[in-house]
Ligand binder design. Structure first.
Ligand SMILES: Cc1cc2nc3c(=O)[nH]c(=O)nc-3n(C[C@H](O)[C@H](O)[C@H](O)COP(=O)(O)OP(=O)(O)OC[C@H]3O[C@@H](n4cnc5c(N)ncnc54)[C@H](O)[C@@H]3O)c2cc1C
Length: 505
């Protein structure tokens, strides 16, 4: 064991998209702060942020039906859709700032335009989709959305999904061109390369085992080299726990009262992947359907065009599943060791309340390949087993806490938990996820650094022109930002798949 000790301004635990984003924001706001990063894996973005571990959807509510809820009076509540869309605009502005400032290059390597679509079957869902379309298309953030229940039009939009389809019930879809596919793994690696060039000390294969408050109010981390077992102590005035699924355990170790009474429930994800060029070339969209009854919101089925390492593929899923691990490369004891005296009742209440969900997840795990192919054939009627492989994606740890809705309520959002003095903060939950990383991290900065925020506002505004502005009340600003980010990020150009399809046909 080594007793090496260091002191720094900021420590980021974990090298996923969240730490990458917070580090990049802080480097822009206070370039002279010293930042260190500790990551247990051998490189950045190996867990949920990795391109093969998530669906890569730039979530902006252009296609996700679960963000627009039908009310008892039949109207559609679009408030969540508007919120998520605005958050994604913030991400695109920050990424554009980084590209324009030459801090990251080649946006095509991480973001590609791919139309976003919603697809439904059956009269009830067609009626819902039409109402959703009408509610959204009156809103400036969703301009350009089209609706069709005409099979000929759908054949033009989604030929792979329409071929061999039996038309024995009504079907409909919406489509909007301004959707995106994001390679969050590539973006994470680019952001860490940028941070490294700004002298951020990034240490891989270093597991943070423990976190303790020091007598002067700073935080001391016990960091273990996963190969040699050597232990070092590193102290910082501010610590961000960006451990993804690993954050809950670290938050508990910090002992802050704000972290008490919170539990986690892991939901794993699986995709079916097709890489056959002749099939892949027949689909160019991210098409979201409706979740089956009893399914959690994160397992809404979708068929996605993906661009990874300049190659095009199709993802279908995610199939949910149950594993007690909190990280893909985690431990089978993660769930058990997250149960403490302070969250025991909350966890037990959640267990009792969510028997149906647990049963659903276990059934999902037990699905055979052929049963998964059946689900896929709802989207691609002539899909053949030999063309699709199973891919194990990332783990999402949902937050369990006591809320106004009752003890042990399962939450499907993200939440920043921070100490009252703002000296430590953790990000829990994973939805809408990486797409909203910039908004979530700006929220964290506001919460943890209230004494600096006034002085930092001009720089934030330079990076994110919509900061403190209402895009809904200012459609001209929205159009200006939309045009500028699209130009910088290459989103006004045709997507590579359009090019591929033209070449093939
Ligand atoms: C199946 C699936 C589909 C998804 N689809 C989408 C999507 O389409 N769009 C979207 O926007 N989001 C999506 N998400 C969510 C998104 O992937 C996550 O919200 C995001 O990647 C989380 O980033 P993170 O940095 O918090 O965590 P991670 O990327 O998981 O990074 C955490 C890092 O911390 C490290 N770590 C953990 N504990 C320790 C420790 N003790 N010491 C040192 N290092 C530690 C881990 O090794 C890891 O590298 C999806 C997620 C899943 C699982």
């Amino acid at each position: 064991m080594s007793d090496r000790q260091t002191k720094t301004d900021v420590i980021l635990i974990g090298a996923g998209i969240m730490s990458a984003t917070l580090g990049s924001l802080l480097k822009a706001l206070v370039p002279d702060w010293e930042i260190k990063v500790f990551e247990r894996r051998a490189s950045a973005g190996e867990e949920s942020s990795n391109e093969w571990n998530n669906a890569g959807t730039g979530h902006s509510s252009l296609c996700e039906l679960n963000y627009t809820v039908e009310q008892p009076d039949g109207s559609i509540d679009i408030s969540k859709a508007v919120k998520v869309n605005k958050e994604y605009q913030v991400s695109k502005q920050f990424w554009s700032y980084l590209v324009n400032s030459n801090l990251i290059r080649n946006p095509r390597d991480f973001i590609v335009p791919v139309p976003h679509m919603s697809f439904v079957q059956g009269q009830q869902d067609v009626t819902f989709l039409r109402k959703r379309f009408e509610a959204l298309s009156n809103n400036p953030l969703f301009q350009g959305m089209e609706f069709s229940d005409d099979p000929a039009k759908l054949m033009e939009w989604i030929p792979l999904m329409m071929k061999e389809r039996t038309l024995n019930k009504p079907i409909a879809a919406t489509r909007i061109e301004s959707g995106t596919d994001v390679n969050f793994g590539a973006l994470t690696r680019m952001l860490f390369a940028h941070l490294k060039s700004k002298n951020v000390d990034i240490k891989f294969k270093q597991n943070v085992d423990d976190i303790k408050r020091t007598s002067d109010g700073a935080w001391e981390l016990k960091v273990r080299n996963v190969d040699s077992g050597t232990v070092e102590r590193h102290t910082a005035k501010f610590v961000f726990i960006g451990g993804g699924g690993g954050s809950l355990h670290l938050l508990q170790k910090s002992g802050i009262p704000e972290g008490k009474g919170i539990g986690g429930f892991p939901v794993s994800g699986l995709f079916m992947v097709c890489k056959k060029p002749e099939i892949v070339a027949r689909h160019n969209a991210k098409v979201y359907g409706k979740a089956s009854v009893g399914a959690p919101p994160m397992s809404v089925p979708h068929l996605d065009t993906r661009f990874i390492d300049k190659k095009q593929s199709l993802f279908f899923g995610p199939f949910a599943g149950f594993s007690p691990k909190f990280l893909k490369y985690g431990s089978m004891f993660d769930l058990v060791t997250s149960v403490k005296t302070h969250n025991l009742v909350t966890m037990m209440s959640a267990g009792v309340k969510n028997v149906a969900l647990t049963t659903y997840l276990i059934k999902q795990v037990m699905l055979s390949k052929e049963q998964r192919m059946e689900a896929l054939r709802e989207f691609v009627p002539d899909a053949k087993g030999e063309d699709w492989d199973l891919l194990v994606a990332g783990q999402r740890v949902q937050i369990i806490k006591d809320t106004a809705a009752g003890k042990g309520t399962l939450q499907f959002g993200t939440e920043v938990i921070s100490a009252a003095d703002g000296s430590i903060a953790a990000l829990l939950g994973a939805s809408p996820g990486a797409s909203t990383a910039v908004s979530v991290m700006l929220g964290l900065i506001k919460k943890c650094f209230p004494q600096h925020i006034k002085a930092w506002e001009p720089k934030i505004k330079e990076m994110i022109p919509s900061y403190c502005e209402s895009l809904l009340d200012n459609p001209a600003l929205f159009r200006e930002i939309q045009t500028a980010t699209a130009r910088t990020l290459g989103l006004s150009e045709k997507s590579p798949s359009h090019i591929a399809r033209r070449t093939i046909s």
